[in-house]
Design a protein around this ligand. Structure first.
Ligand SMILES: [Zn+2]
Length: 130
């Protein structure tokens, strides 16, 4: 049996071909804008030309399996798109910290009951990088 890790938290999936990418940008210009410029769907409020558009997967983001297809992309400038990614990365880090805290609680409980872990078993206590 082959076990695959879920591709969670990664943004490197489902990149469209350059042909598909051009088609999607043209579609976004027509769908969300006037065919020449389109408003950034981030927070900057800028009008973007074709060359400034980056594709933001919405409503289903990439980390939830959203794909680059019509209906799941909206136009965003590069900096808004990048800061969005940073936010979700921060969210991932926070979840990771919570998981570690739960593991530590389990470990402390075991210790309290005098259950000694073998060297290579049980939750490993790794101090997270700051
Ligand atoms: Zn923007």
């Amino acid at each position: 049996m082959v076990l695959r890790r879920a591709n969670r938290g990664s943004n490197k999936n489902q990149k469209p071909s350059s042909y598909e990418s051009r088609k999607l940008k043209t579609w976004m210009l027509a769908e969300f804008g006037d065919g020449l410029t389109v408003l950034c769907h981030g927070t900057c409020g800028r009008h973007l030309f074709y060359s400034e558009i980056t594709k933001d997967r919405f409503p289903k983001p990439g980390r939830k399996g959203g794909r680059y297809v019509k209906g799941n992309v909206r136009p965003m400038c590069m900096s808004c798109n990048a800061s969005e990614g940073a936010r979700s990365a921060a969210e991932e880090r926070r979840k990771h910290q919570e998981r570690l805290a739960r593991r530590r609680a389990v470990y402390a409980e075991r210790k309290r009951h005098g259950l000694q872990d073998r060297p290579d078993s049980g939750p490993r206590l790794v101090e997270p990088a700051a």
